[in-house]
Design a protein around this ligand. Structure first.
Ligand code: HPA
Length: 247
């Protein structure tokens, strides 16, 4: 049984080198996940792949059914999740096509269902979320990067905005003052829901563009696509090295 899942984001709706054997549509008490669960092997390691924005990349960040996605993965027997996410770079060392393994989160989203612990509860529950990412999984990603010769930035705060629009320059300046290194739209509630279900979760953040106001240039989809292509191929190399160590 696959104990590892990869949630692919923008630029990674498919995983190259992933030999898939079975696709499964899953129903959950929270509705349908973004895509069928795809079972297969990467470098000989069994894993489950889920496309966060749908297989055709049609679900925007604020409409992703995070609860259904995480629930479906847990029901499938998954214990560890690598979330691949496109982000904007805020800190100076986080330019386009750089790949980072964040260690903190600030949540700026609103109106998203962000917990399993509501409704008919036996007991009010507060999970510890001081360190939102699993430290062992982060360390394995960093080692995989070293082994495959892909430089990875170790740590940094992922600021999660609501989207789907990009931020204003003032919003990014505020996030920089808050200590954010990168900005994305999908890191929350995904990370918190994984923790609520007891799943180990780490993020591989691929910088698609400088965040708003960090350059004079207008952010175009063409520039984002080019940086993502480069960054995602580095991320894919890291994933192969990571799972090769687990196979
Ligand atoms: N902001 C938010 N999310 C993103 C960005 C950005 O600049 N780039 C890629 N995902």
């Amino acid at each position: 049984m696959a104990k590892l899942a990869i949630i692919g984001g923008t630029g990674l709706t498919q995983l190259s080198g992933f030999a898939h054997s079975r696709r499964k549509d899953v129903a959950t008490p929270y509705g349908k996940p973004s895509s069928p669960l795809t079972y297969g092997e990467l470098a000989g390691c069994p894993l489950v792949f889920l496309a966060r924005h749908g297989e055709k990349h049609t679900i925007p960040p604020h409409q992703v059914n995070y609860c259904a996605n995480l629930w479906a993965l847990q029901q499938a027997g998954v214990e560890r999740i690598i979330a691949v996410a496109a982000v904007g770079g805020i800190r100076d060392d986080l330019g386009p096509a750089v790949v980072a393994v964040p260690d903190q989160i600030i949540d700026y989203t609103h109106g998203r269902r962000n917990t399993f612990f509501e409704g008919e509860l036996d007991q009010v529950t507060h999970i510890d979320f001081s360190w939102p990412y699993d430290s062992a999984l982060r360390a394995e990603l960093l080692t995989a990067g070293r082994n495959v010769g892909v430089p990875l930035i170790d740590g940094g705060t992922y600021g999660c905005t609501q989207g789907p629009r990009l931020e204003t320059a003032a919003e990014i300046a505020r996030m920089e003052r808050d200590g954010c290194a990168v900005v994305g739209m999908t890191g929350m509630p995904e990370a918190a829901l994984a923790r609520e279900l007891g799943l180990d979760y780490a993020c591989l953040a691929v910088v698609a563009n400088w965040a708003a106001g960090k350059t004079q240039e207008v952010i175009t989809m063409d520039d984002i696509d080019a940086a993502l292509k480069d960054g995602m191929s580095k991320a894919a190399g890291v994933l192969v090295a990571l799972v090769a160590g687990m196979a």
